[in-house]
Design a protein around this ligand. Sequence first.
Ligand SMILES: Cc1cc2nc3c(=O)[nH]c(=O)nc-3n(C[C@H](O)[C@H](O)[C@H](O)COP(=O)(O)OP(=O)(O)OC[C@H]3O[C@@H](n4cnc5c(N)ncnc54)[C@H](O)[C@@H]3O)c2cc1C
Ligand SMILES: NC(=O)C1=CN([C@@H]2O[C@H](COP(=O)(O)OP(=O)(O)OC[C@H]3O[C@@H](n4cnc5c(N)ncnc54)[C@H](OP(=O)(O)O)[C@@H]3O)[C@@H](O)[C@H]2O)C=CC1
Ligand SMILES: CC(C)=CCC[C@@H](C)[C@H]1CC[C@@]2(C)C3=C(CC[C@]12C)[C@@]1(C)CC[C@H](O)C(C)(C)[C@@H]1CC3
Length: 497
Amino acid sequence: MGCMEYVLVNYRWLFVCFFLLPISLFYDLWMYFRNWVVFRLSSAPSKHYKKVKYVQEQIVEWNNKGRKTKMCSARPGWQTVSFRRPVYKQHMTNIDVNLVDILEIDTEKGVVRLEPLVSMGQLTATLNPLGWTIPVLPEIDDLTVGGLVMGQGIESSSHVHGLFQNTCVSYELVLSDGAIVRCSAKNEPDLFYSIPWSYGTLGILTAVEIRIVPAKKYVKLSYEPVWGLDNIVQKFTECSGDASNEFVEMILFSQHEAVMMTGVQTNSPEHSKINSIDRWYKPWFFKYVQEKLRNNTITEEYIPLRAYYHRHTRSIFWELQDIIPFGNNAVFRALLGWLIPPKISLLKLTQTKAIKELYERSHVFQDVLVPVGEMEKSLRRFHELVDVYPVWLCPFLLPDRPGMVRPRENRSEMFVDIGLYGTPRVDGFDPKETARKIEQHVIDSNGFQMLYADIYMTREEFRTMFDHGLYDKLRSELRCEDAFPEVYDKVSRAARD
Ligand SMILES: Cc1cc2nc3c(=O)[nH]c(=O)nc-3n(C[C@H](O)[C@H](O)[C@H](O)COP(=O)(O)OP(=O)(O)OC[C@H]3O[C@@H](n4cnc5c(N)ncnc54)[C@H](O)[C@@H]3O)c2cc1C
Ligand SMILES: NC(=O)C1=CN([C@@H]2O[C@H](COP(=O)(O)OP(=O)(O)OC[C@H]3O[C@@H](n4cnc5c(N)ncnc54)[C@H](OP(=O)(O)O)[C@@H]3O)[C@@H](O)[C@H]2O)C=CC1
Ligand SMILES: CC(C)=CCC[C@@H](C)[C@H]1CC[C@@]2(C)C3=C(CC[C@]12C)[C@@]1(C)CC[C@H](O)C(C)(C)[C@@H]1CC3
């Protein structure tokens, strides 16, 4: 390993602090300026169809050229929120989709109309000050509407509202023949229900309508430390089933220690208990939560809504501690905390081969979705297989609707998302072998794997986990076979580098 390489791997923070953080700042300033201009000129809604027409033209041209290669979006792989890069893009026709704006907030119909590249950060910045929000708002700033619809999205309100896609009302797409279609549960239900988890393999998404609900200024959040795996599972199940909790989230700090968080929105905080956790000098959220284990008491406080939504953005869940080891140090926060976090996309763009291999060898990123009844067994199994903590636990309701992901028993069912991010502490960790074992466990538990993570399943196993019935029917009806790859060919390990 060369000298430079050694520094980059072992002292990644040097590069991140002195180079990536300032660049991230300029990027945000540019976006801020751009949005200000767009908003001033109110050009977004009027330009929408011009931009959609450009998407159509590219697809028509692809048809005219004889439908030779398959299509995917031209969004570069380094911009996506996942560890790997999509190599499939190199040998496909890349369709430019420059749709980045919020189109319309219709308070009468109760929907917001968005272009697919609108990010979650942009959305909360726009909607919350107006007194509105969307029911499920995944917490990392840079997640996009398109990625969350075509993939999957979850938040601590999902135990009531389901996954991100369950809050969508309609989708506008350009199909493989260049036609625009708008589908909803009433109009074109088959297509509507097949879009989630389809990863852009039925058409190019150009707009989404999402339900909006009134937002209040604060989240009254209660933290309850829980000890012992039995108690942890019982508490979690109880809180998830209680619809009076608007937000439910648990962080497991070891196999026997957890903090349960439940919250409701409110406009009348107790002023002495307001905590703006998003301020640059405040500790990272998961560290702050961990402190709650010191006392056996329930504590409550009021967190501004937008700060609550993006609570895991600043420390990228618990991943930033591996990149900037002293990032949560009070002095560092006071001096440079306002520049945190570096943009995930820029980290990805600039990561060297050695860093990537290091993460490949010594890291696990998995979100496993299993029925709540399988939670205890799963936590034990993952402790055996990876022994990674903290573990993120978030309940969600899986409604009984058609599509790739649905409950086995034909009735709505409560699931839990078990998020494993970090360095396994077990001996002989083998990334592939372990992932295979996790996948087998998920299949045996009637669960699902989030597809941003590494997928080592075979095509047959993948088809066992995800119901392809409706999807296959639509792919043949909409002439997708020669137009877009199958989901498996976009998410399997072979398709990603
Ligand atoms: C009535 C109304 C109408 C508006 N209409 C529009 C509109 O038509 N189009 C529009 O874009 N905004 C619109 N705005 C949004 C306004 O400009 C937001 O405040 C802005 O989008 C949020 O950016 P920010 O930099 O203030 O927030 P920050 O908190 O600084 O940024 C949040 C995060 O979002 C990211 N981000 C911001 N903009 C983008 C982008 N375009 N693409 C990718 N990531 C981004 C930032 O990088 C950052 O990570 C509207 C606002 C109002 C009140
Ligand atoms: N809290 C949460 O729920 C979290 C979720 N995630 C994961 O991150 C992913 C989202 O990341 P993000 O970077 O936003 O998205 P990505 O760029 O990763 O997109 C995900 C998929 O959606 C497809 N897609 C996106 N936009 C369109 C469009 N306009 N038309 C057709 N297909 C489209 C992409 O197709 P193509 O390959 O053609 O570009 C790609 O296959 C989700 O899949 C989610 O699972 C990650 C962290 C947290
Ligand atoms: C359902 C939920 C809550 C999912 C959260 C998943 C996140 C914790 C994952 C998604 C993308 C992810 C794997 C990523 C990374 C950390 C964990 C992330 C953020 C990092 C930043 C780790 C450092 C790496 O060098 C690199 C920059 C490539 C990745 C990028 C993606």
